[in-house]
Design a protein. Structure first.
Length: 322
């Protein structure tokens, strides 16, 4: 976002604590169907409702503060009072704009984005990047620990691209060359998508003729829940669907474009999916270069048939590479 909040150094950043608390609260509500209704939730758990409102307000205020700080920096740079700190990198090359800068300078049909439009996009990156990416990383490392041959292929690819004893000097170009690692991440997200369910609202009557129960119409306003977890374990789409086989993603001929949808698909797909993939490649590269991942404890057990949080945790051991 182009703004420093020192969240890595200061463990008491309110936003980080709020994200963790709201995730636990929303997961609990999600798993109790009667609490999906705000009215029922407010009547049965008024103090939790108040706490939820307070946390969301804190998160939104934090994001608004980030936006306002960056807006002031941009305005001062345009007026010539200060220079924008990330205009050039360490070797003098012009840097790409921070996402927040792009949003602040964007417009739709000639009209600038409203603060709320910008806040929603910033929240997506700050919230989702905090939680779903780390969840995907956890499952990927868990699976690598239990598949040593796959792990060795990831190490071999790293050594081929960066050199066995050379530092990991990341660029977009060489990150894009980590093809096998990308297959591993994709296969992990196929088995354990960080967002296992998504909801959509049908905006106009939808006539269907391909259902196994006959033809019909879903009226406008219908709420639809899509199980990403189950669809990506469908045997008609994936051979041996319960097995961890990264090589299955080497082929671009995967049938329907909607068979692999850990980031959703269509106009409401994840805006940060490329950023998330780069993020995961960097972290996995750093860990796998230093440590051999070893299996430890039980395999992941799903909760209610869908893995949002493992009942047994995600276990792995670390051994320094020789």
């Amino acid at each position: 976002m182009g703004v420093k909040v020192n969240a890595q150094i200061d463990k008491n950043v309110p936003y980080s604590s709020a994200v963790e608390e709201i995730i636990k609260l929303m997961t609990w509500r999600f798993l109790n169907i009667h609490l999906h209704s705000d009215l029922v939730f407010s009547i049965l758990h008024p103090f939790k409702k108040l706490r939820q409102t307070k946390i969301i307000k804190l998160m939104h205020n934090f994001t608004r503060g980030v936006i306002e700080n960056r807006r002031k920096t941009l305005e001062n740079s345009f007026s010539g009072h200060v220079s924008v700190a990330n205009e050039v990198d360490d070797v003098g090359s012009k840097k790409h704009k921070a996402l927040l800068d792009v949003l602040l300078q964007s417009s739709i049909e000639g009209q600038p984005l409203t603060d709320e439009d910008i806040r929603e996009e910033v929240d997506t990156f700050m919230f989702e990047g905090h939680e779903t990416t780390s969840t995907a990383l956890g499952f990927t490392l868990h699976l690598l620990a239990r598949h040593p041959k796959v792990q060795q292929k990831v190490v071999d690819e790293l050594n081929q691209i960066y050199g066995e004893n050379n530092p990991l000097d990341f660029t977009l170009r060489n990150l894009n060359e980590l093809k096998y690692m990308e297959h591993v991440i994709k296969e992990s997200m196929r088995l354990y998508p960080p967002v296992p369910l998504i909801g959509r609202e049908i905006t106009e009557d939808f006539k269907y003729t391909h259902s196994s129960v006959g033809n019909g119409v879903l009226p406008a306003g219908t709420q639809v829940i899509i199980s990403i977890f189950n669809s990506m374990r469908e045997s008609q789409l994936f051979e041996n669907p319960s097995e961890f086989i990264p090589e299955r993603h080497e082929s671009t001929n995967t049938g329907s474009a909607y068979s692999f949808i850990p980031f959703s698909a269509g106009p409401r797909n994840c805006i940060g999916q490329k950023f998330a993939m780069y993020e995961m490649k960097v972290v996995i590269s750093k860990i796998i270069r230093q440590y051999e991942l070893l299996p430890l404890g039980p395999d992941v057990r799903p909760l209610l048939g869908i893995v949002m949080r493992s009942e047994t945790g995600m276990h792995l051991g670390l051994q320094k590479r020789k």
